[in-house]
Write a protein that binds this ligand. Structure first.
Ligand SMILES: *Cc1c(COP(=O)(O)O)cnc(C)c1O
Ligand SMILES: [Zn+2]
Length: 482
């Protein structure tokens, strides 16, 4: 096949409600089920047709697209037929999302941890988190709808722990007319870097006191009463786009995910939903022959999904939790909106891949920070949630949950730079007590002033530069050249 050519296959996508089972057409921008308020998943009712091609044929199609110069196929839509095969080439927005590198953990770090593992650096997406995958898909769909229905304005809105709003504002800014973007943030609960992103993209930024779960409730009310396009991960178009993580990982490993365990931080549970959904599609088409194991990871300060799966299967009950301060702030969610999706997909996953193929582990706040800093000291760019994954791998190893020789793929969901303030609080040992995080001296790093500000004022420029060179040499205990 010509790798520049846009795919000809078109599917028949429908919203499927996980609450009442109703199906709804995709001509309307649905956020939840109009019949029962349940969460939706998008399903291609033509999916069976894709089975007319063998797994090997699909592998070849996707491999041949890997080097394409057609920008509509360069990002997440390399896997077009598996994701949103209703979009036309002209609707697809590509800002360089997806195709993020999988970086083998440094040998010293693998040695410290005692396992074979790698990070998938989703912080190398355009707005520096995996949320761009979902936004690229959701905005492509919004753009298609606006074109077909000739809308002259579309107001997009989302509640956010920081990264959703950064991604939504970026894509909205790129699309421009008729799309505008509003983001609703819990005041003081997103980092300054994350706040700077929607501001820089020109979105209207609204803040309210409280935590993410409060913002989410407000957004739900808006969704039920007003005409706005909601871009939280309850929006099933985002889930579709985020499936690309699973496709890319499978492709990178030569479509062989045997003896592999994925570690995924869980907040609203959209990401883990998408990854499982994507893997199940690959498996259904014979593109992969073995499903990898999935470990969800949650902080002890925001652990409703962990608590649910820790109970006896026959009597377990889901209950939201009240969150407390977490360094894994992007996952600090007590009532994940995608929980019903996780339940639905985990059941299928466990059926197909065995009893221990889906698990959730819980980690301490201290371990999250220690693991992030340790990873980054070994040349990685993990955010606090990436640190959470590494902490999760350690918990799994300590509990004997990893198999001998099994490799782990850790989702480093955002770039470390977004969470610079957490690093800084650690380095100055100034975490507010509710986090329960103390600095370990061996991990602390700080700039060292080599000359006093007075020196700058009292010396000539030449004297000062010479004195500074001397001070640097003294600090490094350099020997003078002969
Ligand atoms: C959103 C986010 C998460 C949590 O993902 P969910 O889909 O909400 O479970 C984790 N890490 C980062 C960096 C995020 O932005
Ligand atoms: Zn319903």
């Amino acid at each position: 096949m010509n790798d520049m050519q846009f795919p000809v296959y078109r599917g028949h996508l429908e919203y499927r409600c996980l609450g009442c089972g109703a199906r709804h057409g995709i001509d309307a921008l649905l956020y939840t089920c109009p019949a029962c308020g349940g969460v939706l998943l998008l399903e291609d009712t033509g999916f069976e047709k894709l089975k007319e091609y063998s797994g090997a044929a699909w592998r070849q199609v996707f491999d041949s697209r890997a080097g394409t110069r057609n920008s509509a196929l360069r990002g997440i839509f390399r896997f077009y037929e598996l994701m949103a095969p209703v979009l036309e080439q002209e609707d697809i927005i590509y800002l360089g999302e997806g195709n993020t590198p999988i970086i083998e953990a440094s040998p010293a770090l693998q040695n410290n941890v005692g396992a074979r593992f790698a990070f998938k650096n989703d912080g190398q997406n355009p707005s520096a988190s995996f949320k761009d995958r979902g936004m690229a898909c959701a905005f492509s769909y919004v753009k298609a709808l606006a074109r077909k229905q000739q809308w002259d304005s579309v107001l997009t809105i989302c509640a956010s722990t920081g990264d959703t709003s950064a991604a939504a504002a970026l894509y909205a800014a790129y699309v421009g007319k008729p799309v505008t973007s509003v983001v609703l943030l819990p005041r003081g609960r997103v980092t300054p870097q994350q706040l700077s992103q929607p501001l820089g993209s020109g979105a209207m930024v609204l803040e309210m006191p409280g935590v993410f779960d409060d913002c989410m409730k407000v957004v739900e009310i808006l969704a039920s009463r007003y005409r706005v396009a909601l871009l939280n991960s309850k929006n099933s178009w985002r889930i579709l786009g985020q499936e690309s993580y699973a496709y890319e990982a499978a492709q990178w490993y030569g479509w062989d995910l045997a003896e592999t365990a994925f570690f995924v931080p869980v907040g609203n549970a959209g990401n883990i939903t998408a990854i499982m959904s994507g893997l199940l599609k690959l498996y259904a088409l014979g593109i992969i022959e073995t499903l990898p194991r999935i470990f969800g990871v949650q902080s002890a300060h925001a652990d409703p999904v962990y608590r649910y799966y820790a109970q006896e299967p026959t009597t377990r009950r889901y209950e939201p939790v009240a969150v407390t301060a977490s360094a894994a702030q992007a996952a600090m969610i007590g009532n994940p909106v995608s929980f019903p999706r996780v339940q639905f997909l985990a059941e299928r996953y466990l059926e197909l891949a065995g009893a221990d193929s889906f698990q959730v582990v819980r980690v301490s706040e201290q371990a999250i920070m220690d693991s992030m800093l340790e990873a980054n000291r070994h040349g990685h760019i993990a955010c606090t949630q990436g640190g959470e994954c590494l902490a999760g791998l350690r918990v799994a190893l300590a509990a004997g949950l990893m198999r001998p020789g099994e490799r782990a793929l850790l989702d480093a969901t955002a770039h470390a730079l977004k969470f610079a303030d957490f690093q800084s609080m650690y380095f100055t040992d100034s975490f507010p007590p509710e986090y329960g995080i103390r600095a370990k001296q061996e991990r602390v790093n700080a700039p060292r002033l080599v000359l006093s500000p007075e020196a700058r004022e009292t010396m000539s420029r030449e004297e000062y530069i010479n004195a500074a060179a001397g001070a640097v040499a003294a600090a490094l205990e350099l020997q003078e050249r002969q």
